[in-house]
Design a protein. Sequence first.
Length: 320
Amino acid sequence: MKTALKRILKRIFIFIVIAFLVYLVVSNISFFRDLTRRDKLTLIIDTDSAYGQDDLMAIIRVLLAEEAELEGLLSAQWRLSDLDNDSTVRLNMDINQSILEHFNQTSTPNLPGSASPLIHIADLRRTSNRASAYIIKRASETPAGEKMNLVCLGPVTNLAAALTTVPDIAPKINCYVMGPWYEPSSRVWNKNEWNTKNDLDAMDKLLDTKDLDLYIMPATIGNDLVIDRSQSYGNFPLRDSLFDRIIENWKLLDLPNDSIPMASLSLIQAILHPEMSSQKQVVTPPENAQRKIHMYTRIDAARMKKDLWDAIEDYGKKNR
C-alpha cells in the first residue's frame, strides 16, 4: 500500500516539476520576444503613398529592416493637389493594404485620416478621423519618460488634428516630417513645398507646438537621394508581384530624365541609420512660435541608396 502511494506521489511530483519547467520555458520565450520587440525601433508612418513614388519605397525599406518594426500605417490627405478627388485617403489605404498583404503584415493597422486639410475641419471632436484617434491613443498609452515615433511622409493633417484635440500628447511624441524647404547656409525657410502647402495650417500647428520634438527632413536635402529608373530594375527581385507592379508604374512615369527623387526614403534611412545623415538644431520660421527644432542638414545619398539595394537583394534571396 505504501509502495503504491509512493509511486503516485512520485508521479505527481514529476508532473508538477515538468509543468513548472514548461511554464518557465514558455514565460521566458514570451519575455525574450517582448524584450527583442522593445529593442526594435517602432515606427508609425503617416503617408500619402498614392502620390509620388518615394513613400512606397520608404515603407518597403522599413518592412525590410530587421532593426525596426512598422507599428501602423496612417493615410494623409492631399486634397488641395487634386480638388476633384475626395478619395485621396482611400487611394493611399488601398496601396498600403497591398504592401502589408505582400509582406504578410495584415495585422498592422491601416487607418484612414482626415479627408480634408485642417482648416476645413469644422469640429475636430465630432469628425471621424481614425488616424488622429490612433495617434492620441498610442501617445496616451506611452509610459512616462518614453516617446512614440511618428513619421509623417505627407501632409501633417492627422497629427495636427490630434494635437488640436488633445494638446497634452505633444511631449509623448517624436515626430519626423518630410517638410519645407530650408537652406542651412542662409537659414532661410520656404514653405512653398508640396507636403507643406497641402496643409499649411497643419504644418504651422506642429511648428508652434513647443512640447513636440520635431525632426524635419527639408526637401532641399531629401531630394539629394535620387534613384535611376532604368538601372533600378536590375536591382529588383525577379517574379515578385510587388516589385513587378512598381516596374510597370515606373515605366509609365513622364520624367524629364530617368531620375526619381526619393525624399521620403531619405528620411526613413536617416531614422534607421543616423550615421548616414547630419542634423542640427535650428530656430523655427519667424512667423511661428520661436523655438528650436531638429533639422537634417546633410545626407549620404550614396550609402542610403546602397543600403536600399542591399536590403532588397537580401529580401530577394530569402524569397527565391
